[in-house]
Design a binder for this molecule. Sequence first.
Ligand code: COD
Ligand code: ZN
Ligand code: ZN
Length: 375
Amino acid sequence: MSTAGKVIKCKAAVLRQLNKPFSIEEVEVAPPKAHEVRIKMVATGICRSDDHAVTGSIVVPLPVILGHEAAGIVESIGEGVTTVKPGDKVIPLFTPQCGKCRICKHPESNFCLTNDLGKPQGMLLDGTSRFTCKGKPIHHFIGTSTFSQYTVVDEIAVAKIDAAAPLEKVCLIGCGFSTGYGSAVKVAKVTPGSTCAVFGLGGVGLSVIMGCKAAGASRIIAVDINKDKFPKAKEVGATECINPQDYKKPIQEVIQEISDGGVDFSFEVIGRLDTMVASLLSCHGACGTSVIVGVPPDSQSLTVNPMLLLSGRTWKGAIFGGFKSKDSVPKLVDDFMAKKFSLDPLITNVLPFEKINEGFDLLRSGKSIRTILTF
Ligand code: COD
Ligand code: ZN
Ligand code: ZN
């Protein structure tokens, strides 16, 4: 029996209080309104940013259904939807692409003005929620809310992908992989033969390494305080791995010494102010480019000496690897299907959705790269 046009009752992981486990609750998911799409979730990754929302270092309105790195199948569509249809395999897009705003029209930028990342409202574009629990509204999370058996997203926040794609793998293209890979190939524009340094070897940092390698970097220096991350970093392309705790001097001095004054491209993929400065100083003062990938805890800021940039450095950052999401996600899935990169090294654990709290424990203990929850 078709569920189109009807309210769907299903299970979702609801966060009601900061720093508390998720509770699996029955929620009601309203049918999609005009220009919206209801999706049956098949697989979702657990990203560090979801955990940042749990701890409050990313501030979002509660109660909320988190999750933003996922893949699923369209269950039904609202009026006027033309780019997806029921049965299509799709990836939700936490950075939407409206195609109309100044940023979408800009050839290089991707941070569409309709995004809900800066000052999150926790609602769909029309300012309302499609989720209720016992009649009370639950907030959306960056327009995606994938920790639910069903979710509703705006049409500008969903991309149709290859019908043959394995959803339990390509879900990572919804955030971690693309964020890292794009930071190397699209934001930094890593050049063949160059030297790179990557700070932080979680799922996103490893994806940066894959991007550096794909772009032809000849040296990739991987930096982490957890040496257990080194074997995997080498597997995906790091040529050397260093632990700042093994040195008395600051890590940027170590990197400058081993790279003739500084690397060509450096990446901060941790989300800490001190490592953003260390990463900046690790790239060459006259010709280096440093990219910020991590988001620091809410409202923290940095003071830097302008001379660090006047000497010729470039300092930049981007969300979602600089990719225009609706255009790029289907192409990244095609590249995955054509075996241009592998997602297997990023997937360390697969758990049923109900074990979401176990998945977060694995992330917090540093034991997992990515846990995929399957529905
Ligand atoms: N020095 C070196 N390494 C460190 C340090 C330190 N002081 N502190 C922690 N680390 C290492 C950890 O051991 C770990 O290996 C790694 O840094 C971080 O990895 P994860 O697994 O915690 O995180 P990822 O890879 O899943 O995500 C990292 C981001 C920085 C990308 C993420 O936390 C973030 O800030 N995302 C926001 C960026 C974004 O695009 N957000 C939108 C949706 S994600
Ligand atoms: Zn993420
Ligand atoms: Zn836009």
